[in-house]
Each structure stands twice: as C-alpha cells, then as structure tokens.
Design a protein. Structure first.
Length: 156
C-alpha cells in the first residue's frame, strides 16, 4: 500500500508538471492603467455575491481557463500568484477590456456588477486549496481501490 501511495503522489506531481508545461503563459505586458488598478471593488466584504461570479465563470470563462481556473493551453492559470497578486481594479479592467491579441475577449457588455462578482469569485480561489483537492481525490481513489481489493478477497 505504501508503494501504491508513493506512486499516486508521483503521478499527481508528474501531472502537475505536464499541466504547467501546457499552460499559456501570463502576458507580463498586459498591465492595467494605474487609475483602473486603484479602483476598489464596490462588492468587497460581500462574499455571498461570489456565487454569481461562479455562475458567470462557468458560462463565460471556464472554456478557456478550465473549470478549475488552473489554466489551459488557451488561457493562463487564474490561481497563480501573479494573477492573484493583482488588485481588484486591475482584474476588473482586464475582464472589461480583454486582450484580443492573446485571445482574451472583452466582457464590457456584462453589467459592471457581474464583472465585480467575477472578481469576488476569483479572489475566493486559492491554488493551495486546489492542490489539496487533487490530493484528496487521489487518496479517495486509493481508498476505493483498497476497499474493492479487500472485498474481492473476502475482507470487510
């Protein structure tokens, strides 16, 4: 069982390395103007509104950024420190303005409240929590395999 656990953890680590190699890089030249970056989120302090941001993310963003927001070959990881370190105003500006040179559409057609909800949702995501989720899923799979193995041998 110990070897199996080590193998699972190695596969998770290898998967993370492969995934990272396939992610689109963050464009360091795409920076919000100072005035936009300084803009505070009018919905700050209302985390219950992030659920609306999740709905928008699933409908509008997940196809490129991945359903877990960890990025794809089409769009960068939104859980990265580089993205999460940006101000709410900078994220709002990027969502609103887009970067069509790199494939990020503009979402200025969405009401401002919905764009701010999306920023709230992104703020609620954390890379370490996502990694913990991966590990927990792997452990759960290992437990289910062991239960199945023990059941087939007549153990309970």
């Amino acid at each position: 069982m110990c070897r199996f656990r080590v193998a699972i953890l190695l596969l998770i680590g290898l998967g993370a390395v492969v995934q990272a190699a396939q992610l689109r890089e963050h464009d360091a030249r795409w920076v919000a103007p100072d005035r936009a970056a300084a803009k505070p989120n009018p919905l700050a302090g209302r985390p219950e509104l992030a659920a609306g941001g999740h709905k928008i993310f699933v409908e509008r963003c997940a196809q490129c950024h991945g359903k877990d927001a960890q990025g794809t070959s089409r769009a960068p990881n939104l859980l990265s420190r580089r993205v999460q370190a940006q101000t709410d105003g900078a994220l709002f500006w990027k969502i609103s303005s887009g970067d069509t040179r790199r494939g990020m559409p503009t979402f200025s057609f969405l009401p401002a409240t919905q764009r701010w909800q999306l920023v709230l949702y992104l703020r609620g995501l954390h890379e370490p929590a996502a990694r913990v989720g991966q590990v927990l899923r792997a452990i759960r799979a290992e437990v289910l395999v062991q239960i199945g193995h023990n059941a087939s041998r007549g153990h309970q």
